[in-house]
Design a protein around this ligand. Structure first.
Ligand SMILES: Cc1cc2nc3c(=O)[nH]c(=O)nc-3n(C[C@H](O)[C@H](O)[C@H](O)COP(=O)(O)O)c2cc1C
Length: 364
């Protein structure tokens, strides 16, 4: 029987399996840690005032087990975020289009305040988020879409391992020049913001460019065999996002889970309609409507989110069967129904060990 052993990065972080999981749900992070994986909590959608309590709760439940945090730090955002002013400056044609869609889908305003209805991605917000993650006990700080050099320097000085999601060799070189220590090679297949190169082609290029720095493979990975494939290509683990949405710990709204279960890889599409930047999501009639002939070009980031954030929040509040969508990767093929992180991890490890045993048969 072949065993899936910790890679050097796993040893550095103190985790058993080379399985890294991104999620916005604290419950997923806690269960991943209990199952021997490494959970990375996405904070890009949290209201800053809520973050200290979220992190304190996760840390109490982790009982000393390691975890990471992730921030999305796009360039070219305003210094200060003023949602009312940004909304007032949106092009009238775009506002009218969104209102027509809301009428068509009968999507009322959201009720609960949320990130999408109160915040604008801005340098001031990023600075606040950086302070909060630096004050946490998270052992890894990951950044996506962009990097801030000061955050990398300060995180390293605080003893944290720094990681960046990269979609090209150019991104990887930039991250390395800033001192980032772990590269997450995230391919076109991935859920969320993604570049044009598929994981299978991207990963070996990043491993080569990394000059020995640890690399993780992300995008389309949903089986233990694929985790082993990442290792075979020189990575120190797989980084998964979409798969966990099937776990009860993700608290995925039932109609979204249904869409993910019914969805095939080809039902995930890259659109700028969600955030203003290319982002792979599971299609819904709301997303499809942005490809209609009369639809305007989506705005940039953060304007597109100011335009559609309330509609997105409303879909989730109501679990709106017609419109609800979410970032999701081609890995959606593995979502077959509700499960748990424990069962998913057991399955991934069993599949990885079976793949390793199978490969042994090819070694002379
Ligand atoms: C719902 C969802 C939200 C995501 N949000 C972020 C994010 O805020 N920051 C980030 O670094 N990556 C984010 N990602 C990307 C993941 O970190 C990961 O790279 C990706 O999910 C891997 O591909 P997969 O979805 O095929 O597993 C998100 C992915 C999903 C599915």
């Amino acid at each position: 029987m072949a065993h899936l052993r910790p890679t050097p990065l796993c040893e550095r972080l103190g985790v058993r399996y080379p399985i890294f999981g991104f999620s916005h749900s604290p419950d997923v992070i806690v269960e991943l840690a209990r199952a021997g994986g490494f959970g990375v909590l996405g904070l890009a959608r949290e209201m800053p005032d809520d973050v200290p309590q979220i992190l304190a709760d996760v840390e109490a439940r982790l009982q000393g087990r390691p975890y990471g945090v992730d921030l999305m730090l796009p360039q070219n955002v305003p210094q200060q975020g003023d949602l009312a002013a940004l909304r007032a400056s949106l092009p009238a044609g775009h506002v009218e289009f969104v209102q027509t869609l809301r009428n068509r889908f009968d999507l009322p305003p959201s009720v609960k305040p949320s990130f999408f209805t109160t915040q604008v991605r801005s340098e001031a917000l990023f600075e606040r988020q950086a302070e909060l993650v630096l004050a946490s006990r998270a052992t890894m700080v990951a950044t996506a879409i962009g990097i801030r050099p000061e955050l990398i320097t300060r995180a390293k000085a605080a003893g944290k391992v720094t990681a960046s999601l990269v979609g090209s060799v150019r991104h990887a070189r930039k991250a390395m020049a800033l001192g980032v220590e772990v590269l997450v090679a995230q391919g076109y297949d991935a859920g969320g913001h993604t570049g044009p190169v598929g994981t299978m082609s991207l990963l070996p290029q990043i491993v080569e460019a990394a000059e020995g720095l640890p690399v993780l493979g992300a995008g389309g990975v949903a089986t233990g065999g694929q985790v082993v494939a990442c290792l075979a290509m020189g990575a120190q683990g797989g980084w998964l996002g979409t798969l966990w949405m099937a776990a009860k710990e993700s608290h995925t709204p039932p109609n979204l889970l249904r869409r993910l279960v019914d969805g095939r890889s080809e039902d995930t599409v890259i659109t700028r309609a969600h955030s203003g930047k290319p982002c792979r999501v599971i299609r819904s009639p709301w997303i499809d409507a942005w490809s209609d002939e009369q639809a305007p070009e989506p705005l940039g980031m953060p304007a597109q989110q100011a335009l559609t954030g309330d509609a997105f929040a409303s879909m989730f509040e109501r679990d709106d069967a017609a419109t609800i969508y979410e970032a999701a990767g081609q890995s959606v093929f593995r979502i077959r129904g509700e499960t748990s992180i424990h069962d998913q991890m057991q399955r991934l490890v069993a599949e990885a060990e079976a793949a390793l045993a199978g490969l042994a048969g090819f070694a002379a």
